[in-house]
Ligand binder design. Sequence first.
Ligand code: HEC
Length: 106
Amino acid sequence: MKTTLTTTLKSLVLAGAILSSSTLLANGAALYKNCAGCHGANGEKVALGKGKVIADMSEDELNKSMNGYLDGTYGGPMKGLMKGQLVKLSKDDISALSTHIVSLKK
Ligand code: HEC
């Protein structure tokens, strides 16, 4: 039941993506594969027991936190680790990731 619902929602999100920003979401999904190990396939985990559940954050909060890790204005005890995750990404990659993470919400 839960799986069916999730699958249905994902299909809807995908359908929406095709109509609007398909490349942005597709990129976000591909990039997010590198994050799922710590943050969970649906952004539902507290990564390494630290920080927030990213699936609960708004797109704006996600963008601000990730850009903040990069410019040193955001983060907790493990911010250095997160900066390392993001340092090779462009601003567009980061906004694609935020869009994707928000789309993971059930
Ligand atoms: C090796 C484990 C690991 C990986 C991989 C990882 N993260 Fe994180 N992430 C963390 C930890 C730990 C924190 C909390 C860091 C701190 O102390 O601020 C965090 C924090 C965050 C936050 C802010 C949450 C908060 O607490 O304010 C976001 C957003 C985030 N990560 C997104 C991502 C994205 C997107 C990726 C993939 C590009 C990624 N992370 C990859 C471990 C990881």
